[in-house]
Design a protein around this ligand. Structure first.
Ligand SMILES: N[C@@H](CCC(=O)N[C@@H](CS)C(=O)NCC(=O)O)C(=O)O
Length: 225
């Protein structure tokens, strides 16, 4: 059976868990990273020498780097659906996945760290505003792209929507004022209709580091991953 190593609230692990669920795969989540530890063991270093999460083992095949894992799972188990069979459509999915990592991920995740993952009395309001503006500037590019199509690669949901969909949930749910991004918001609402997105991405993450840590622990101990 497929093993996914990581923790359920990690921004790099969530895309992998969401993908596995979209594909209807049987998997076990091996809790690792953060308070779950295990990354400093020799056994884990054999799976991922970077000692980071996520990593997977699919039978005897180990793989790390979240977006490579998403691509592999979609190519192997979702060819023609999540991994488009048309070469150009697949290239576009790939392009937006790369773009999510190179352009959109950092401002949104740093915004998340500057708010939810920082104690309220230690938050830097100017830095939060700067990160919000950087995130908005990046997502404006996606907003233009989504003006005339429901999903990143056209009419159908594909792997191209997955990393950005994870970023969108965090962006729209941190407690900051945001300028409008109507097309990104409408696309996010479409993703929110998907049961796997509701179950594995749209998790309540709290408003401060203590709530966040308690929610991740509770999620893991309830085995709802
Ligand atoms: N580029 C890597 C980044 C992996 C990464 O930064 N993982 C973080 C979690 S989001 C990690 O392992 N942190 C240590 C920990 O969670 O204990 C990927 O996409 O897989």
């Amino acid at each position: 059976m497929l093993e996914i190593w990581g923790r359920p609230y990690s921004s790099n692990v969530i895309p992998v868990i969401w993908t596995a669920n979209e594909l209807g795969l049987d998997y076990t989540l091996q809790l690792a990273g953060g308070s779950f530890g295990k990354l400093d063991t020799e056994a884990y270093a054999k799976l991922n020498p970077n000692r980071m999460i996520p990593a997977i083992r699919d039978g005897d095949f180990p793989l790390w780097e979240s977006l490579s894992i998403v691509r592999y799972l979609c190519d192997r188990y979702g060819a023609g659906t999540l991994s488009p069979s048309d070469l150009r459509t697949r290239a576009l999915a790939d392009q937006w996945m790369e773009w999510s990592a190179s352009r959109a991920f950092s401002p949104v995740i740093y915004l998340f760290f500057a708010t939810v993952r920082t104690q309220p009395d230690q938050r830097d309001i100017a830095k939060i505003a700067e990160l919000r503006d950087q995130a908005h500037e990046a997502l404006t590019i996606l907003d233009g792209h989504l003006a005339n199509q429901p999903f990143v690669c056209g009419d159908a949901f594909t792997m191209g929507d997955i990393p950005l969909g994870c970023i969108a949930y965090r962006y729209f749910n941190v407690d900051v004022e945001r300028p409008a991004l109507p097309n990104v918001y409408a696309w996010y609402q479409r993703l929110a209709e998907r049961p796997s997105y509701q179950d594995h991405v749209m998790r309540r993450f709290g408003t401060n580091p203590d709530e966040w840590a308690a929610l991740e622990k509770a999620c893991a101990s309830e085995g709802v991953v």
